[in-house]
Design a protein around this ligand. Structure first.
Ligand code: MLT
Length: 312
């Protein structure tokens, strides 16, 4: 029996392609992180991990797609802080955040940048805040829908300057970046995984980074604190989930492959170019992601309730 089960076990999970759902459009920061990690995981798993972009409703449609998928280990979700904030922002979600998923592990925590179309007049964060207050009925802020990281950061910015601005939702900040580059939208708070190259290329303007210290790849961009927003810090952590009921053997094998991906030199190099770094391998565990999600739901709930913005 043991030999048979060993042989059978050796041929089991994964024996075919794994689908990794990205709950935002292709070309955005979440998609960028997912494609790098999926490629490295594929090598370790010996099966392709392919990306499926399911955008909409700030990432909650993609999360629902996986919550309701077959719990066989062949559909997973790569999502970020939005999994936590959506739990408060949406009065009725099509899934129970803390009861719909198995946890694979943490992936990376990405800083954000407050950016604008390149010809916006203000030359620093103080000037941008004055400009936004003086033009609050016309300044447009792009985001990827209520529950997106860009939405959270935009909400924090509007709360910090005590001024509501006009928000423009997209299915991801990939498409939003296209409009920012084209001058169709004024400002955005987005992750360095999507803005670093444009800032370095001068095709958009950067006013601040939301990290405690300046970033090596964006040395000339002041921190929000330097610009006068003292406690304006937000890091966008990412995790990989599977539908509740996914066999433990599959979840553990995925955690192993994630651990290998986090140590992959190509992943580390590409993340570094984009202003971020892999999470520690020790966080590529179900326990680490579960603890992070529970803690972040509790942390952001009062902040969101104070801002008073909800999805209907
Ligand atoms: C967001 O939450 O803003 C997403 O990261 C946008 C995206 O990945 O397209």
């Amino acid at each position: 029996a043991t030999l048979f089960s060993a042989v059978a076990g050796a041929q089991t999970y994964p024996d075919r392609t794994v689908t990794m759902v990205v709950p935002f459009s292709a070309g955005g920061p979440t998609d960028t992180v997912a494609r790098l990690v999926a490629e490295a995981m594929s090598k370790d798993l010996g099966q392709q991990v392919i990306i499926e972009n399911v955008g909409g409703a700030g990432g909650t449609l993609g999360a629902a797609r996986v919550a309701n998928a077959e719990a066989d280990g062949y559909t997973v979700l790569l999502h970020h802080i939005g999994m936590a904030t959506s739990d408060t922002l949406y009065r009725k979600l099509p899934y129970e955040t803390l009861n719909a998923f198995e946890y694979v592990g943490l992936v990376t925590e990405v800083p954000m940048t407050i950016v604008a179309r390149k010809d916006l007049e203000p030359t620093d964060l103080k000037g941008l805040i004055e400009y936004a207050k003086a033009n609050k009925d016309t300044v447009t802020v792009a985001n990827a829908g209520i529950g997106a990281a860009s939405h959270l950061c935009g909400m924090l910015f509007m709360s910090a300057i005590e001024t509501p601005l006009v928000t423009v939702p997209y299915k991801g900040t990939g498409p939003a970046m296209t409009d920012l580059l084209g001058g169709q939208v004024d400002i955005m708070c987005d992750q360095t995984t999507n803005t670093t190259k444009q800032i370095q290329g001068g095709t958009i303007k950067a006013y601040a980074v939301t990290s405690p210290e300046r970033l090596d790849v964006l040395k000339d961009v002041p921190t929000a604190a330097e610009g006068g927003l003292s406690d304006f810090q937000v890091g966008i952590w990412h995790g990989i989930y599977a539908p509740k009921g996914t066999p433990e053997e599959a979840v553990n094998r995925l955690s192993e492959a994630l651990k290998v991906a986090l140590a992959d030199p190509n992943v580390a190099a590409r993340f570094a170019e984009l202003g971020t770094e892999p999470s520690p391998q020790s966080d590529a565990t179900p326990e680490a992601l579960k603890a992070k999600l529970e803690g972040e739901i509790a942390r952001w709930k009062p902040v969101i309730e104070a801002a008073g913005e909800y999805a209907d």
